[in-house]
Design a protein around this ligand. Structure first.
Ligand code: ASP
Length: 363
Protein backbone atom coordinates (compact mmCIF):
# COMPACT_ATOMS: atom_id res chain seq x y z
CA UNK A 1 0.00 0.00 0.00
CA UNK A 2 1.20 3.47 -0.82
CA UNK A 3 1.47 5.30 2.50
CA UNK A 4 2.89 8.66 3.34
CA UNK A 5 5.87 6.86 4.93
CA UNK A 6 6.63 4.74 1.82
CA UNK A 7 6.28 7.82 -0.36
CA UNK A 8 8.78 9.63 1.82
CA UNK A 9 11.17 6.62 1.73
CA UNK A 10 10.92 6.52 -2.08
CA UNK A 11 11.59 10.23 -2.12
CA UNK A 12 14.69 9.88 0.02
CA UNK A 13 16.15 6.90 -1.90
CA UNK A 14 15.46 8.26 -5.40
CA UNK A 15 15.83 11.95 -4.78
CA UNK A 16 12.44 12.42 -6.44
CA UNK A 17 9.86 14.00 -4.15
CA UNK A 18 6.33 13.20 -5.26
CA UNK A 19 3.91 16.05 -4.58
CA UNK A 20 1.78 13.80 -2.35
CA UNK A 21 4.76 13.22 -0.08
CA UNK A 22 5.26 16.89 0.56
CA UNK A 23 1.86 17.78 1.93
CA UNK A 24 -1.25 16.03 3.20
CA UNK A 25 -4.12 16.17 0.69
CA UNK A 26 -6.17 19.30 1.15
CA UNK A 27 -9.70 19.29 2.51
CA UNK A 28 -12.38 21.87 1.92
CA UNK A 29 -12.08 24.09 5.00
CA UNK A 30 -14.02 27.14 6.10
CA UNK A 31 -13.22 29.14 9.23
CA UNK A 32 -15.05 32.15 10.66
CA UNK A 33 -15.52 34.29 13.72
CA UNK A 34 -17.49 32.60 16.52
CA UNK A 35 -20.88 33.74 15.15
CA UNK A 36 -20.11 31.75 11.99
CA UNK A 37 -21.08 28.15 12.79
CA UNK A 38 -23.90 28.12 10.23
CA UNK A 39 -21.77 30.20 7.87
CA UNK A 40 -18.94 27.65 7.95
CA UNK A 41 -21.34 24.80 7.31
CA UNK A 42 -22.91 26.59 4.35
CA UNK A 43 -19.51 27.58 2.97
CA UNK A 44 -18.08 24.09 3.26
CA UNK A 45 -21.13 22.55 1.58
CA UNK A 46 -20.74 25.05 -1.26
CA UNK A 47 -17.08 24.06 -1.63
CA UNK A 48 -18.04 20.37 -1.61
CA UNK A 49 -20.47 21.16 -4.43
CA UNK A 50 -17.56 22.60 -6.41
CA UNK A 51 -18.46 26.28 -6.06
CA UNK A 52 -15.81 28.96 -6.25
CA UNK A 53 -14.18 29.80 -2.91
CA UNK A 54 -15.44 33.40 -2.92
CA UNK A 55 -19.01 32.39 -3.75
CA UNK A 56 -18.80 29.84 -0.93
CA UNK A 57 -17.72 32.31 1.76
CA UNK A 58 -20.26 34.90 0.58
CA UNK A 59 -23.04 32.28 0.72
CA UNK A 60 -21.88 31.61 4.29
CA UNK A 61 -21.82 35.20 5.54
CA UNK A 62 -25.16 35.95 3.85
CA UNK A 63 -26.77 33.85 6.59
CA UNK A 64 -25.61 36.32 9.25
CA UNK A 65 -26.25 39.37 7.08
CA UNK A 66 -29.88 38.34 6.61
CA UNK A 67 -30.41 37.20 10.21
CA UNK A 68 -32.19 39.94 12.22
CA UNK A 69 -31.03 38.24 15.42
CA UNK A 70 -27.37 38.97 14.63
CA UNK A 71 -27.21 42.60 15.69
CA UNK A 72 -23.63 43.11 14.47
CA UNK A 73 -24.01 42.27 10.78
CA UNK A 74 -26.30 43.29 7.93
CA UNK A 75 -30.08 43.49 8.44
CA UNK A 76 -30.82 44.06 12.14
CA UNK A 77 -27.36 45.47 12.85
CA UNK A 78 -27.08 48.17 15.52
CA UNK A 79 -27.24 51.62 13.89
CA UNK A 80 -25.09 54.75 13.98
CA UNK A 81 -25.77 57.64 16.37
CA UNK A 82 -28.61 58.85 14.14
CA UNK A 83 -30.34 55.47 14.24
CA UNK A 84 -29.35 54.55 10.69
CA UNK A 85 -27.75 51.19 9.91
CA UNK A 86 -24.51 51.63 7.94
CA UNK A 87 -22.70 48.57 6.68
CA UNK A 88 -19.09 47.79 5.69
CA UNK A 89 -17.81 44.77 3.79
CA UNK A 90 -14.96 43.57 1.63
CA UNK A 91 -14.07 40.46 -0.33
CA UNK A 92 -10.83 39.03 -1.74
CA UNK A 93 -10.63 36.32 -4.37
CA UNK A 94 -7.33 34.45 -4.14
CA UNK A 95 -7.20 32.77 -7.57
CA UNK A 96 -7.76 35.99 -9.53
CA UNK A 97 -5.99 38.16 -6.90
CA UNK A 98 -8.84 40.67 -7.00
CA UNK A 99 -10.71 42.56 -4.30
CA UNK A 100 -13.83 44.67 -3.80
CA UNK A 101 -15.23 46.70 -0.95
CA UNK A 102 -18.09 48.92 0.19
CA UNK A 103 -18.22 51.15 3.26
CA UNK A 104 -20.98 53.12 5.00
CA UNK A 105 -23.54 51.64 2.65
CA UNK A 106 -27.16 52.05 3.77
CA UNK A 107 -30.29 50.16 2.85
CA UNK A 108 -28.80 46.96 1.40
CA UNK A 109 -29.05 43.79 3.47
CA UNK A 110 -26.09 41.96 1.92
CA UNK A 111 -23.14 44.33 1.49
CA UNK A 112 -20.80 41.38 0.84
CA UNK A 113 -22.57 40.83 -2.47
CA UNK A 114 -22.17 44.50 -3.36
CA UNK A 115 -18.44 44.27 -2.50
CA UNK A 116 -18.13 41.39 -4.96
CA UNK A 117 -20.00 43.45 -7.54
CA UNK A 118 -17.52 46.30 -7.07
CA UNK A 119 -14.77 43.77 -7.77
CA UNK A 120 -16.47 42.36 -10.86
CA UNK A 121 -18.39 45.24 -12.40
CA UNK A 122 -16.28 48.32 -11.76
CA UNK A 123 -12.74 49.45 -12.28
CA UNK A 124 -12.51 50.34 -8.58
CA UNK A 125 -11.77 48.51 -5.35
CA UNK A 126 -13.84 50.54 -2.89
CA UNK A 127 -17.08 52.53 -3.16
CA UNK A 128 -18.62 54.25 -0.13
CA UNK A 129 -21.83 55.82 1.12
CA UNK A 130 -24.44 57.06 -1.29
CA UNK A 131 -22.29 56.09 -4.28
CA UNK A 132 -22.21 52.49 -3.06
CA UNK A 133 -26.01 52.43 -2.65
CA UNK A 134 -26.54 53.89 -6.12
CA UNK A 135 -24.08 51.38 -7.59
CA UNK A 136 -25.94 48.51 -5.88
CA UNK A 137 -29.34 49.79 -7.06
CA UNK A 138 -28.04 50.16 -10.60
CA UNK A 139 -27.36 46.43 -10.46
CA UNK A 140 -30.83 45.56 -9.20
CA UNK A 141 -30.38 45.51 -5.43
CA UNK A 142 -33.46 46.70 -3.57
CA UNK A 143 -33.13 49.45 -0.96
CA UNK A 144 -34.77 48.43 2.33
CA UNK A 145 -35.05 49.67 5.91
CA UNK A 146 -32.45 47.67 7.85
CA UNK A 147 -33.40 48.89 11.33
CA UNK A 148 -35.32 46.18 13.17
CA UNK A 149 -37.44 46.90 16.26
CA UNK A 150 -34.85 45.23 18.44
CA UNK A 151 -32.03 47.42 17.15
CA UNK A 152 -34.26 50.52 17.37
CA UNK A 153 -35.08 49.75 21.02
CA UNK A 154 -31.37 49.46 21.78
CA UNK A 155 -30.61 52.71 19.96
CA UNK A 156 -33.42 54.59 21.78
CA UNK A 157 -32.19 53.17 25.10
CA UNK A 158 -28.72 54.50 24.33
CA UNK A 159 -30.07 57.84 23.10
CA UNK A 160 -32.18 58.33 26.24
CA UNK A 161 -29.25 57.40 28.48
CA UNK A 162 -27.20 60.39 27.29
CA UNK A 163 -28.90 62.95 29.48
CA UNK A 164 -30.04 64.88 26.41
CA UNK A 165 -33.57 66.01 25.55
CA UNK A 166 -34.57 62.51 24.50
CA UNK A 167 -36.71 60.64 27.01
CA UNK A 168 -39.48 61.83 29.38
CA UNK A 169 -39.29 65.58 30.13
CA UNK A 170 -39.06 67.32 33.51
CA UNK A 171 -42.83 67.68 33.52
CA UNK A 172 -43.50 63.97 32.92
CA UNK A 173 -45.30 62.08 35.73
CA UNK A 174 -42.84 60.00 37.80
CA UNK A 175 -44.22 56.69 36.52
CA UNK A 176 -43.13 57.64 32.99
CA UNK A 177 -39.47 57.72 33.88
CA UNK A 178 -38.71 54.01 34.19
CA UNK A 179 -36.83 52.59 31.21
CA UNK A 180 -39.39 49.77 31.03
CA UNK A 181 -41.99 52.29 29.81
CA UNK A 182 -40.01 52.47 26.61
CA UNK A 183 -41.01 48.88 25.90
CA UNK A 184 -44.62 50.01 25.49
CA UNK A 185 -43.57 51.56 22.21
CA UNK A 186 -42.61 48.09 20.95
CA UNK A 187 -45.66 45.82 20.99
CA UNK A 188 -43.68 42.87 19.60
CA UNK A 189 -40.70 43.22 21.95
CA UNK A 190 -39.58 40.29 24.03
CA UNK A 191 -39.01 41.17 27.73
CA UNK A 192 -35.34 40.07 27.61
CA UNK A 193 -34.66 42.72 24.97
CA UNK A 194 -34.68 45.44 27.61
CA UNK A 195 -31.78 44.07 29.68
CA UNK A 196 -29.86 43.45 26.47
CA UNK A 197 -30.63 46.98 25.24
CA UNK A 198 -29.30 48.46 28.50
CA UNK A 199 -26.14 46.37 28.16
CA UNK A 200 -25.39 47.43 24.58
CA UNK A 201 -26.31 51.05 25.33
CA UNK A 202 -23.73 51.14 28.12
CA UNK A 203 -21.02 49.22 26.26
CA UNK A 204 -21.37 49.46 22.47
CA UNK A 205 -20.66 45.95 21.29
CA UNK A 206 -18.38 44.78 18.52
CA UNK A 207 -19.43 41.96 16.25
CA UNK A 208 -18.89 41.36 12.54
CA UNK A 209 -18.33 38.15 10.66
CA UNK A 210 -15.09 37.23 8.97
CA UNK A 211 -14.97 34.06 6.87
CA UNK A 212 -12.10 32.38 5.01
CA UNK A 213 -12.48 29.36 2.69
CA UNK A 214 -9.96 26.98 1.14
CA UNK A 215 -10.76 24.23 -1.37
CA UNK A 216 -9.01 20.99 -2.28
CA UNK A 217 -7.23 22.75 -5.17
CA UNK A 218 -5.58 25.11 -2.67
CA UNK A 219 -7.65 28.10 -3.80
CA UNK A 220 -8.54 30.55 -1.04
CA UNK A 221 -10.88 33.53 -0.65
CA UNK A 222 -12.31 35.60 2.16
CA UNK A 223 -15.00 38.05 3.18
CA UNK A 224 -15.61 40.35 6.14
CA UNK A 225 -18.95 42.05 6.71
CA UNK A 226 -20.35 44.15 9.55
CA UNK A 227 -22.66 46.88 10.77
CA UNK A 228 -19.60 48.26 12.57
CA UNK A 229 -19.43 49.87 15.94
CA UNK A 230 -22.83 50.61 17.49
CA UNK A 231 -23.70 54.33 17.86
CA UNK A 232 -20.78 55.39 15.66
CA UNK A 233 -20.51 58.86 14.13
CA UNK A 234 -22.27 58.66 10.75
CA UNK A 235 -19.70 57.87 8.09
CA UNK A 236 -17.29 56.21 10.50
CA UNK A 237 -15.55 53.33 8.76
CA UNK A 238 -13.91 50.52 10.72
CA UNK A 239 -11.42 47.90 9.61
CA UNK A 240 -13.91 45.47 8.06
CA UNK A 241 -13.99 46.94 4.53
CA UNK A 242 -10.30 47.88 4.52
CA UNK A 243 -8.26 45.52 2.38
CA UNK A 244 -5.23 44.64 4.51
CA UNK A 245 -6.93 45.40 7.84
CA UNK A 246 -10.26 43.53 8.16
CA UNK A 247 -9.30 41.06 5.44
CA UNK A 248 -6.32 40.04 3.36
CA UNK A 249 -5.81 37.07 1.05
CA UNK A 250 -2.69 36.18 -0.89
CA UNK A 251 -3.13 33.06 -3.00
CA UNK A 252 0.55 32.20 -2.46
CA UNK A 253 0.27 32.20 1.33
CA UNK A 254 -3.25 32.19 2.77
CA UNK A 255 -5.79 34.56 4.23
CA UNK A 256 -6.57 36.41 7.43
CA UNK A 257 -9.35 38.55 8.84
CA UNK A 258 -10.49 40.24 11.99
CA UNK A 259 -13.37 41.20 14.23
CA UNK A 260 -13.41 43.67 17.09
CA UNK A 261 -12.30 47.25 17.50
CA UNK A 262 -11.41 48.25 13.98
CA UNK A 263 -9.51 51.38 14.98
CA UNK A 264 -6.80 49.23 16.58
CA UNK A 265 -6.66 46.78 13.73
CA UNK A 266 -6.29 49.46 11.06
CA UNK A 267 -3.27 50.89 12.86
CA UNK A 268 -1.39 47.56 12.59
CA UNK A 269 -2.80 46.61 9.15
CA UNK A 270 -3.83 43.44 10.98
CA UNK A 271 -4.85 40.99 8.25
CA UNK A 272 -1.94 41.96 6.01
CA UNK A 273 0.47 41.67 8.91
CA UNK A 274 -0.82 38.17 9.67
CA UNK A 275 -0.44 37.04 6.06
CA UNK A 276 3.07 38.49 5.85
CA UNK A 277 3.97 36.75 9.11
CA UNK A 278 2.81 33.45 7.63
CA UNK A 279 4.78 34.16 4.45
CA UNK A 280 7.87 34.40 6.62
CA UNK A 281 7.24 31.09 8.32
CA UNK A 282 4.98 31.70 11.32
CA UNK A 283 2.07 29.37 11.99
CA UNK A 284 -1.38 30.98 11.67
CA UNK A 285 -1.68 31.16 15.46
CA UNK A 286 1.77 32.74 15.93
CA UNK A 287 1.08 35.13 13.07
CA UNK A 288 -2.13 36.36 14.75
CA UNK A 289 -0.49 36.68 18.17
CA UNK A 290 2.37 38.68 16.69
CA UNK A 291 -0.07 41.16 15.10
CA UNK A 292 -1.88 41.48 18.45
CA UNK A 293 1.46 42.22 20.15
CA UNK A 294 1.74 45.25 17.85
CA UNK A 295 -1.67 46.44 19.07
CA UNK A 296 -0.52 46.01 22.64
CA UNK A 297 2.72 47.85 21.86
CA UNK A 298 0.70 50.83 20.60
CA UNK A 299 -0.53 51.19 24.19
CA UNK A 300 2.89 50.64 25.77
CA UNK A 301 1.58 47.20 26.84
CA UNK A 302 -0.47 49.01 29.49
CA UNK A 303 -3.12 46.47 30.49
CA UNK A 304 -5.26 49.12 32.17
CA UNK A 305 -5.68 50.92 28.86
CA UNK A 306 -5.88 47.72 26.83
CA UNK A 307 -8.62 46.17 28.95
CA UNK A 308 -11.41 47.93 27.02
CA UNK A 309 -10.13 46.71 23.65
CA UNK A 310 -11.60 43.62 22.08
CA UNK A 311 -9.84 42.38 18.97
CA UNK A 312 -9.60 38.98 17.33
CA UNK A 313 -7.69 37.73 14.29
CA UNK A 314 -8.26 34.57 12.24
CA UNK A 315 -5.91 32.94 9.72
CA UNK A 316 -6.09 30.10 7.22
CA UNK A 317 -2.92 29.03 5.49
CA UNK A 318 -2.82 27.67 1.97
CA UNK A 319 -1.86 24.19 3.26
CA UNK A 320 -5.03 24.03 5.40
CA UNK A 321 -3.46 24.91 8.76
CA UNK A 322 -5.59 27.51 10.54
CA UNK A 323 -5.70 29.45 13.81
CA UNK A 324 -7.28 32.32 15.65
CA UNK A 325 -6.15 34.62 18.42
CA UNK A 326 -7.65 37.30 20.60
CA UNK A 327 -6.13 40.14 22.56
CA UNK A 328 -7.96 38.89 25.66
CA UNK A 329 -8.82 35.31 26.63
CA UNK A 330 -12.44 36.20 27.42
CA UNK A 331 -15.04 38.84 26.67
CA UNK A 332 -15.68 41.47 29.31
CA UNK A 333 -15.54 39.09 32.23
CA UNK A 334 -13.69 35.85 32.81
CA UNK A 335 -16.07 32.92 32.84
CA UNK A 336 -16.32 29.90 30.58
CA UNK A 337 -19.28 31.31 28.63
CA UNK A 338 -17.23 34.28 27.45
CA UNK A 339 -14.05 32.42 26.35
CA UNK A 340 -13.10 33.64 22.86
CA UNK A 341 -13.60 31.01 20.19
CA UNK A 342 -13.79 30.79 16.44
CA UNK A 343 -15.79 28.54 14.10
CA UNK A 344 -14.42 25.82 11.83
CA UNK A 345 -15.89 23.35 9.36
CA UNK A 346 -13.70 20.84 7.55
CA UNK A 347 -16.40 18.20 7.13
CA UNK A 348 -19.60 17.29 8.97
CA UNK A 349 -20.79 19.66 11.66
CA UNK A 350 -19.20 23.03 12.38
CA UNK A 351 -17.38 23.33 15.69
CA UNK A 352 -15.97 26.03 17.93
CA UNK A 353 -12.27 26.01 18.77
CA UNK A 354 -10.64 28.10 21.49
CA UNK A 355 -8.72 31.09 20.20
CA UNK A 356 -5.17 31.65 21.42
CA UNK A 357 -4.77 34.88 23.38
CA UNK A 358 -2.24 37.45 24.42
CA UNK A 359 -3.64 38.27 27.86
CA UNK A 360 -5.71 36.30 30.35
CA UNK A 361 -8.74 38.36 31.38
CA UNK A 362 -8.54 38.75 35.19
CA UNK A 363 -11.31 36.92 37.08
N1 ASP B 1 -14.43 45.47 13.28
C1 ASP B 1 -15.67 46.13 13.25
C2 ASP B 1 -15.48 47.59 13.14
O1 ASP B 1 -14.57 48.13 13.77
C3 ASP B 1 -16.53 45.91 14.42
C4 ASP B 1 -16.58 44.58 15.02
O2 ASP B 1 -15.91 43.65 14.63
O3 ASP B 1 -17.35 44.46 15.92
O4 ASP B 1 -16.27 48.22 12.50
Amino acid sequence: MLTRRTLMQTALSTGFVPVAAMAAPLKNIVIASSNGLACCRKGREALDAGQDTLDAVIAGVNIQELDPEDTSVGYGGLPNEDGVVELDSCVMHGPSRRAGSVASIRGIKTPSKVAKLVMERSDHIMIVGDGALRFAKAHGFVEEDLLTDRARLAWLTWKESLGSDWGPGLDAPPDQHGQARLLERFPNARPEWLAWAREVAADPPTGTINCLGLNTKGEISGCTTTSGLAWKIPGRVGDSPIIGAGLYVDQDVGGAGSTGRGEENIRVAGAHTVVENMRHGMSPKEACLDALKRVSRNYGDDLERLKAIRLRLYALRKDGVYGGASLWSHGNRNDESTRIKFAVNDGGKSRHEDAAYLYERPA
